[in-house]
Design a protein around this ligand. Structure first.
Ligand code: AMP
Length: 503
C-alpha cells in the first residue's frame, strides 16, 4: 500500500493534532499537512505532468517542508530522491542525472550551487518556499494514488565513501516494514510523541519520519536546520518525550555540551550509522540515563538489521553488559542474519565473516545498476560489506568494513578493537586506526589520535588489553580526523593523508 495513505487518513481522523513542530512551536496539524501533501501531489501530477513512478528529488536542509514534500510525492504515486544537502553541486548533479529525476525541489540557499549542474533530464527546479512553491500549494488536491508494496518510494543514495553513490531502491513495503520494526523494537512511540530531526532528513532521521507519522507523532525540525547541541537541548526542554536519531559523533557532542538538557524529557536517543565506542556509550549513559538505543543498518536495509535496546544498554548488572555494549545488538524480528566466508558459506557461531541479511526490509536492488545489484544480492542475501560475528546468545558484533581490515604479518587486525582501547585513555578524544603499507609486514598498524596523550601511555594501555602484534607501530597526533557529511570518519582519506605524510 501507499505510505501516504497514513497521512491521508490521519488528516481525516485526527486533523487537529499537531503534526509538525518548527523550533519551539507547532508548525502545522495533521489536517493542514494532509491537505498540503494532497495539493502538492495534484501540482506534481497535473501541472508538471509527472507519471506514476517518476522521480522527484529534494535537495534541502532539514525543514518543515521536508515532510509535506515526501508525503506529497508519495501521495502522487511518485518516488522521492532525497539528496544530502551538504554535497557539492557536482555530486548532486550526478544523483539528479543518475536517478532521472524530472523535478527537483531545492532550498533557496542551495539553488545557485545546484543550477549549473542540473542535467538536461531535469525539467523543473523549484525553490522551496518561493513563489512557484506557493503556487503549487494552491493546486487542486488529488486523492492518494494507488501504489503496491513493490512500488518505488525512496531512492536512497549511499554516502559513497567507496566511489560513486548507488541508489538503493526502497519500496513502500520496505519502508513500512522498517517503520513497524522501529516502533516495535526500538521506540514504542505514543500518539503525540515528538521526533526531533537533529540529523539529516535525507538519511536516517528522515526514515524515522515515517513511523513517527504512522503513530500520529510530531515531527519536530530545529530552526537552525543543523545540529547545534544547545538548541537540541532547548527543544528537548520544550517538547516532552522527545526521541531523536543521532550519529555517534553527535551523541558525543551532546554529552560534552554543558547546557542543561532536562533528560527527564528525553524518551530515546537512537544512535547508529557508525560505531560508538564502549567508553562513549558509558559516558552517554551517565549523562542521559537509560534512554539510549542502538540500531545497525545501511541504506540497502534501511537502518534495520540489528538493534540493542534501551533496557540492554542500561542493564549494568548483566554479566555480559560490556560485551553487549560493544555489540550492535540482536537482529530485528523481520531480518535473517548470517555470517559467511568469502565463498558465501555459513560460518559457525563466534567466527568472523561478512554480515549477510535477508527479509522484507531489504531493498530489491540498486537503481539502474544490475551488476552491483546482482553482486550485492547474490544468492538472495544482502551482502553488507560489514564484517562481524554472532555470539552464542545471538548478539552481533561488528568488526570493521572488510576494506578497513589490516593484514599485518599475515594476521587480520580489526582497527575498531584497537580504537576501543585507545579511547579508554582520558586524554584521547578520538582515534582512528589504519594500515600503512610496509615492505616487511605487508601493513603496519598506525593510530591517528586527537588528544594529547603520551605514546608510552598508549602503548602500555594496548599491551594491557590486546595482543602485542596489534599494538600501533606509529602514533600520529592530529587536531581532527577527516569525516564525511554524516560525521563518519573517512578511512580512505586518512590512508591517503598517511601516504602523503610518509612519502
Ligand atoms: P549508510 O548506508 O551510509 O547509512 O552506511 C551504513 C554503514 O554504516 C553500515 O554498513 C556500517 O558499516 C555502518 N554502521 C551502521 N550502523 C552501525 C552501528 N550501529 N555500528 C557500527 N557501524 C554501523
Amino acid at each position: 500500500m501507499n505510505l501516504a495513505l497514513w497521512l491521508e487518513r490521519a488528516g481525516k481522523s485526527h486533523g487537529g493534532r499537531p503534526a509538525i513542530g518548527y523550533g519551539r512551536r507547532v508548525h502545522s496539524d495533521y489536517g493542514e499537512l494532509a491537505e498540503r501533501a494532497a495539493r502538492l501531489a495534484g501540482a506534481l501530477r497535473q501541472r508538471f505532468g509527472l507519471a506514476a513512478g517518476d522521480r522527484v528529488a529534494i535537495i534541502a536542509k532539514n525543514s518543515p517542508e521536508y515532510v509535506e514534500l515526501m508525503f506529497g510525492i508519495w501521495h502522487a504515486g511518485l518516488a522521492a530522491v532525497p539528496v544530502n544537502a551538504k554535497l557539492h553541486g557536482r555530486e548532486s548533479g550526478f544523483i539528479l542525472e543518475h536517478s532521472g529525476a524530472r523535478a527537483c525541489l531545492v532550498s533557496a540557499e542551495l539553488e545557485s550551487g545546484i543550477a549549473p549542474h542540473a542535467p538536461a533530464s531535469l525539467e523543473r527546479l523549484v525553490t522551496i518556499g518561493g513563489a512557484e512553491y506557493a503556487a503549487l500549494l494552491s493546486a487542486d488536491p488529488i486523492r492518494c494514488a494507488e501504489a503496491g508494496g513493490d512500488a518505488l518510494a525512496w531512492l536512497f543514495y549511499t554516502s559513497g565513501t567507496t566511489g560513486r553513490p548507488k541508489g538503493a531502491m526502497l519500496t513502500h513495503r520496505v519502508l513500512a516494514m522498517a517503520g513497524h520494526a522501529y516502533l516495535s523494537e526500538v521506540d514504542a512511540a505514543e500518539p503525540g510523541d515528538p521526533l526531533l530531526h537533529a540529523a539529516p532528513m535525507s538519511h536516517g532521521s528522515g526514515l524515522y519520519m515515517i513511523p513517527a507519522l504512522a503513530r500520529l507523532g510530531v515531527n519536530v525540525v530545529p530552526e537552525s536546520a543543523g545540529f547545534e547541541p544547545e538548541e537540541i537541548f532547548e527543544l528537548v526542554r520544550t517538547w516532552p518525550r522527545t526521541s531523536m536519531f543521532a550519529a555517534p559523533t553527535m551523541v558525543k557532542r551532546l554529552v560534552d555540551c554543558p547546557a542543561d538538557c532536562n533528560a527527564e524529557h528525553l524518551r530515546t536517543i537512537v544512535w547508529g550509522g557508525a560505531p560508538m565506542y564502549v567508553e562513549d556509550t558509558k559516558k552517554a549513559l551517565e549523562r542521559f540515563g537509560p534512554r539510549l538505543a542502538q540500531i545497525y543498518g545501511q541504506g540497502e536495509s534501511p537502518m534495520t538489521i540489528s538493534t540493542l535496546s534501551r533496557q540492554e544498554i542500561a542493564d549494568r548488572a548483566h554479566p555480559r553488559w560490556l560485551d553487549r555494549l560493544a555489540s550492535a545488538g540482536r537482529p530485528y524480528a523481520c531480518v535473517e542474519v548470517r555470517i559467511a566466508d568469502a565463498d558465501d558459506r555459513g560460518l559457525p557461531t563466534g567466527e568472523t565473516g561478512e554480515i549477510l541479511c535477508r527479509g522484507d526490509v531489504v531493498m530489491p536492488g540498486y537503481w539502474r545498476d544490475p551488476d552491483a545489484s546482482a553482486a550485492t544480492l547474490r544468492g538472495g542475501w544482502l551482502h553488507t560489506g560489514d564484517v562481524g560475528a554472532l555470539d552464542a546468545e545471538g548478539y552481533l558484533t561488528l568488526k570493521d568494513r572488510s576494506k578497513d581490515m589490516i593484514i599485518s604479518g599475515g594476521s587480520n587486525i580489526y582497527p575498531r578493537e584497537i580504537e576501543e582501547v585507545l579511547l579508554k585513555h582520558k586524554d584521547v578524544r578520538e582515534a582512528s586506526v589504519i594500515g600503512r603499507p610496509d615492505p616487511e609486514w605487508g601493513e603496519i598498524v598506525v593510530a591517528y589520535v586527537v588528544g594529547n596523550a603520551e605514546r608510552a601511555e598508549l602503548d602500555a594501555l594496548c599491551l594491557a588489553s590486546i595482543a602485542r602484534f596489534k599494538r600501533p607501530k606509529d602514533y600520529v597526533f592530529v587536531d581532527s580526523l577527516p569525516k564525511n557529511n554524516y560525521g563518519k570518519i573517512l578511512k580512505i582519506e586518512l590512508r591517503a593523508l598517511d601516504a602523503k605524510r610518509t612519502q
